[in-house]
Design a protein around this ligand. Structure first.
Ligand SMILES: *Cc1c(COP(=O)(O)O)cnc(C)c1O
Length: 355
């Protein structure tokens, strides 16, 4: 740390991204919840060499064609949508726009690792709410609070989703609190709260193109909410980085969200492979939490989470292990292709049979 680093940030512990090995040749990479199927083929049609030549020009700061395509997909007005450089940026803008030093922000104690990092970097007061004994979010714990509420639905890394009626109860009992629902994985089996944004002016829904739309490398996320909330996010964006989405990503994102057929096909495929993988692990004696995402969270009393993680690694399969209380015995496994998951299941069987 240099002697110039802000004293207020000197205890900041940055987010640790999952490993991104340079050469994935023989590796089966099931550690960062990327989609094994590439982006919609329509993306290739719009990212052309003539568009690359236009990279000397700044992009449209409103990302008009992209915002319109997202609004069309959900059948909402354009002024209910704002886009960010990954949903991480959308979340960061939300902290900047809606939090202050004294204002609390409540989120599940076990959830996306970025939330407590944002809490510190934006110097606000985070409060972790414990999961129940089944590692579920207990919606009752979120009723009638006195600060912002931030919930990943489905939650990560557990994969478990809340239903819309449970979210609605939280919204109704928190009239004067903003409720942010991070729907990074919603397309793999949960219900989106987007359709509640008309009814509740305290709801902000955040989504990403990184998972169900296979564009993690493009960095694209968005928020949907009542127009005043969206205007506030834009005030922050235009005070920070007005050209936050590059020219090619604007085109890629619009092409991707317009291709409903490819989206339906690939997300169903991931869901089917997930259920197959869950069944294989259960046959081997694993406990697998009910997942509404493109990953599963599994544990076995025959092997510790860390040992299982290392044994998979030795077989060139990378998953994610969190050295965190209550979930130390679990590993999180991203759903890959059928071939990858077949290999994963075979290797797991070998590891367990050796015990
Ligand atoms: C992956 C993920 C994000 C971040 O997505 P990006 O759009 O790639 O920044 C946000 N929230 C959760 C819960 C995630 O798992």
């Amino acid at each position: 740390m240099s002697r110039f680093f802000s004293k207020e940030l000197c205890e900041l512990e940055p987010y640790t991204p999952g490993e991104q090995p340079g050469n994935t040749g023989e590796l089966i990479k099931l550690n960062t919840n990327e989609n094994p199927y590439g982006p919609s083929p329509k993306v290739k049609d719009v990212v052309t060499s003539s568009e690359i030549e236009k990279l000397m020009l700044y992009p449209d700061p409103e990302a008009g064609v992209l915002v319109s395509a997202i609004a069309d997909f959900y059948g909402i007005e354009k002024d209910m949508v704002m886009v960010g450089n990954g949903s991480d940026e959308v979340l960061a803008f939300s902290f900047l726009a809606f939090q202050s030093r004294e204002k609390k922000i409540y989120f599940p104690e076990i959830s996306y690792g970025f939330y407590p990092v944002f809490e510190k970097v934006f110097r606000t007061s985070g409060v972790g709410i414990p999961l129940d004994e089944d590692l579920r979010i207990d919606p009752k714990e979120y009723e009638n609070l006195d600060g912002t509420i931030l919930i990943a639905n489905p939650n990560a890394p557990t994969g478990i989703a809340l239903g819309l009626s449970e979210i609605e109860k939280i919204l109704e009992t928190n009239h004067d609190n903003l409720v942010i629902i991070d729907e990074a994985y919603v397309d793999f089996g949960a219900e989106s709260s987007v359709r509640l944004t008309d009814k509740y002016d305290n709801l902000l829904v955040v989504q990403t193109f990184s998972k169900s739309r296979s564009l993690a490398g493009s960095r694209l996320g968005f928020a949907v909410g009542n127009r005043e909330l969206i205007a506030d996010l834009n005030t922050v964006k235009y005070s920070f980085n007005p050209y936050n989405i590059d020219r090619l990503t604007i085109l890629a994102g619009a092409a991707s969200i317009s291709d409903r057929e490819y989206f339906e096909k690939t997300r169903k495929k991931v869901i089917d492979t997930r259920e197959w993988t869950k069944g294989e692990l259960e046959k081997l004696g694993f406990t697998v939490l009910p997942s509404s995402t493109n990953f599963i969270f599994a544990e076995s009393d025959m092997i510790s989470g860390e040992e299982y993680f290392n044994a998979l690694r030795e077989n060139n399969i990378i998953v994610r292990h969190f050295d965190v209380d209550r979930i130390r015995n679990y590993v999180r496994i991203t759903i890959g292709t059928d071939d990858q998951m077949k290999r994963f299941a075979d290797v797991t069987a070998e590891i367990i049979n050796r015990k």
